[in-house]
Design a protein. Structure first.
Length: 530
């Protein structure tokens, strides 16, 4: 009795210790994750936590039968979780921190439950990953691709129904009006919950492995097809309902109806797989017997070892594995709050001093809206519209962060511009006739965009502590490395945009941009730190 009481007390103390250390490490990350669940695209995450808890509770009897076999293998997810923590903390990436929290939770479960019990709750633990929304740049990229596919299929449906419809990017021309397929109509809002429900159906079903994979994977074409049907329905109903067909209550109800249709089709597929491609029930019966026998045999074989372990360790605290886990977490906490890895590095000169007269170009300064500044958390920025003697215009934007942390990191135009309706018709990288310090040409990102008949050509790049980077992946990795080796994570975004007028070709606009880059880059070097 005393031993059982001591074990319960030690277990409670361990849980409290982990909760305290976790709260210190993730005191900003977890609230940010919950805040992401407030977005309409991720509200389904609120339902996942109780599902995970139920899935684990449902396996309580199987967990009670299995022995506790602790091993040092828990260090694999523990070290992975700590590495992801530092990558997210120093690189300024929340998603890495979310995965870090998950790996640490798995490591602690492995430590105190052992591998046999961990396998029993393996699906609930993996299922909990669905509570982590994808990073913005990945989500925006997927949303853009799904919008293009849904728009194309929706237009084909309208044409098959006899309606005149043409598509240009995400703009659908019906002749009498034009419909813009926005982010909310990409279908991702239905796809993610469908994938989650498909995974639950597959887990609880008695289907073979390939049928389970098919059931989950089919959520993707289902969501695209039903979302395209929704887009086509807007085109059919617009002559009758007008703008009400694409906004307000009708728009929300149509979205709900589309999801219910998608769910019904998924359930119909599940029924069809069971009805027309049945499994051999004897196979599952034998598998069940083997599994139960393995549990019984394992329990008997390990009972003596478990009893010896219980006699050796009357609580978690003497266990060296527990001591190592706590030591690693405490060390991480002390380093996080005791060492400043990122010093704030100011600009050489304020960007407000950047010249408005550059050869034949004359500029007018602009300002960003307050809500945009609050979101970007910039240390300094400049936004100037330059015009030359021929009336040609370019927009020159520089954003600077004296340190990049979670929520204060450089943003990419490839994430922001598609969200405002611009469609990237061409995107890639290009070498400019501007030499860097090492003599190599400066490589930048290039994008040719269209929106409602307007065309833009843009170059953008990321000056980061003497480097010119073109990828957010590079930024995160170099932020991590430079924070460790140089105690610096400062960086900037430079973006130059010019309109492509109706009477000119993209090549003409390209030449104009390259001439401006030659003028601006040497002058900008006097403002940014090395």
């Amino acid at each position: 009795m005393r031993t059982g009481y001591a074990e319960k007390t030690a277990g409670l103390a361990a849980v409290l210790a982990y909760a305290l250390l976790g709260a210190v490490l993730y005191y900003t990350s977890i609230p940010h994750l919950v805040g992401m669940w407030q977005r309409e695209d991720f509200t389904y995450c609120w339902f996942l936590l109780p599902i995970v808890i139920y899935l684990i509770w449902e396996r309580r009897e199987r967990l009670a039968v299995l022995p506790v076999r602790r091993s040092w293998m828990f260090l694999v997810p523990l070290v992975t979780g700590v590495a992801l923590y530092w990558l997210g903390e120093l690189g300024g990436e929340y998603t890495a921190l979310f995965f870090s929290f998950w790996f640490l939770a798995v490591a602690l479960c492995w430590l105190h439950l052992g591998w046999p019990r961990l396998k029993v709750i393996g699906f609930p633990l993996c299922f909990s990953l669905a509570m982590i929304p994808p990073p913005n740049f990945l989500y925006n990229s997927a949303s853009l691709k799904l919008k293009l596919i849904s728009s194309w299929v929706g237009v084909r449906m309208l044409q098959l129904m006899g309606t005149t419809a043409y598509r240009e990017g995400n703009l659908i021309d019906l002749g009498f009006t034009q419909l813009q397929v926005v982010d909310a109509c990409s279908g991702l809002r239905y796809l993610m919950p469908l994938l989650v429900l498909g995974a639950l159906l597959a887990f609880y079903s008695r289907l073979s492995f390939w049928k389970r994979v098919l059931l989950v994977a089919s959520a993707i074409p289902l969501s695209i097809a039903t979302n395209s049907l929704r887009i086509a329905s807007v085109g059919l109903l617009y002559p009758v309902l007008g703008a009400k067909a694409s906004e307000g209550l009708f728009h929300d109800l149509s979205g709900w109806l589309v999801f219910m249709i998608s769910l019904a089709l998924l359930l119909l597929e599940f029924w069809a797989l069971n009805r027309f491609l049945p499994e051999n029930p004897g196979t599952f019966k034998e598998m069940g017997k083997v599994k139960v026998q393995r549990i019984v045999d394992s329990s008997s074989a390990e009972s003596d070892a478990s009893g010896q372990a219980a006699a050796s360790y009357t609580s978690f605290f003497p266990d060296p594995r527990f001591v190592v886990a706590v030591a690693v977490l405490v060390t991480t906490v002390l380093l996080t709050h005791g060492v400043e890895f990122r010093e704030r590095v100011p600009l050489r000169r304020a960007l407000a001093e950047f010249p408005l007269a550059v050869v034949e170009w004359r500029g007018i300064r602009g300002t960003l809206e307050t809500e945009v500044l609050d979101a970007l958390k910039l240390s300094d920025y400049m936004l100037v519209d330059y015009t030359n003697l021929s009336g040609e215009t370019i927009n020159f934007y520089v954003a600077y962060n004296d340190t990049q942390r979670k929520g204060e990191a450089t943003h990419s135009p490839s994430s922001c511009l598609p969200g405002s309706g611009w469609v990237f018709k061409e995107s890639g990288q290009i070498d400019l006739p501007v030499r860097q310090v090492d003599g190599s040409p400066m490589r930048v990102c290039r994008a040719y965009m269209e929106k409602s008949g307007s065309r833009l050509l843009t170059y953008y790049w990321f000056p980061q502590r003497g480097r010119v980077l073109t990828s957010l992946y590079q930024i995160k990795l170099y932020n991590f490395w430079d924070a460790l080796t140089r105690h610096r994570t400062d960086g900037a975004l430079v973006r130059i945009i010019t309109p492509v007028h109706t009477a000119e070709t993209p090549e003409t606009a390209e030449k104009r941009l390259q001439e401006v880059v030659k003028l601006m880059v040497p002058r900008l070097a006097g403002f940014l730190p090395d």
